[in-house]
Design a binder for this molecule. Structure first.
Ligand code: AP5
Length: 218
């Protein structure tokens, strides 16, 4: 199975992606998470990406495309994968189409998580992420059992640099200007599956499962 998880910053792509990956046993390729790991490790890729990300701007297409190309050729992607945060521009979508076509891979669907802007701002400003394992929480909607501590590994929870008010505004603007047009690209190809994501994570996951094939059929 190959699905694209689509939607504005804070729509819940990462939250739902973790659940889908667990249910279907496929890896999630989150370009944002790969960049954050590289920033934390101080790699050359991380040094380039850091400035764009902290300002809330998109990283240049050529950098992201190469990263995805390398990642989907790894053995764990042979039975399928989820793309979270890619493609994010029409150019990225066109390159992905060619890249997958050459590899004989078809996208099964694009799950578009739709959430209003006020709710997005609430979700982003309340998000806390584990500094050790990357698990995501929300101080109100998805709180950890103990404030500031990850339920899964005991790591310290922190706020992402791009979840500050100025960067949130830029990310939402970047989404409308550069990423939202990608919806029409996939609608034309009959791949778009729109999901009203103004609900709890459990309710949204039920809607996702109603769209995806049963795990046994994959
Ligand atoms: P990336 O990491 O992809 O960030 P994003 O798209 O902005 O998405 P988020 O991770 O912020 O949100 P999400 O939709 O995953 O929501 P989540 O599940 O965490 O990208 C970061 C940066 O990297 C970009 O700005 C760019 O610089 C760069 N980049 C990445 N990919 C790129 C590309 N292809 N091209 C160029 N640059 C790229 O949920 C958010 C919060 O809400 C959490 O606290 C969660 O607990 C909570 N929550 C989730 N679901 C619910 C719910 N149903 N109800 C209430 N709260 C909820």
């Amino acid at each position: 199975m190959v699905y694209v998880l689509f939607g504005p910053p804070g729509a819940g792509k990462g939250t739902q992606g973790a659940r889908i990956a667990a249910q279907y046993g496929v890896p999630t390729i989150s370009t944002g998470a790969i960049f954050r790991d590289n920033v934390a490790a101080g790699t050359p890729l991380g040094l380039v990406a850091k400035d764009y990300m902290s300002r809330g701007q998109l990283v240049p297409d050529e950098i992201v495309v190469q990263l995805v190309k390398d990642r989907i050729s790894e053995p764990d992607c042979a039975a399928g994968f989820l793309l979270d945060g890619f493609p994010r521009t029409i150019n990225q979508a066109e390159i992905l189409e060619v890249m997958l076509g050459e590899a004989g891979i078809a996208i099964d669907g694009v799950l578009d998580f739709e959430v209003g802007e006020d709710e997005l701002v609430k979700r982003l400003s309340g998000r806390r992420t584990c500094s050790k394992c990357g698990a995501t929480y929300h101080i109100v909607a998805v709180p950890p059992r103990q404030a500031g501590v990850c339920d899964q590994c005991g790591g310290a929870l922190e706020q992402r640099a791009d979840d500050m008010p100025e960067a949130i505004r830029t990310r939402l603007h970047e989404y409308q200007a550069k990423t939202a047009p990608v919806l029409a690209f996939y609608r034309e190809r009959g791949l778009l599956r729109e999901i009203d994501a103004n609900a709890s994570p459990d309710e949204i996951f039920a809607k996702v499962l109603a769209v995806l094939p049963t795990a046994a059929a994959v």
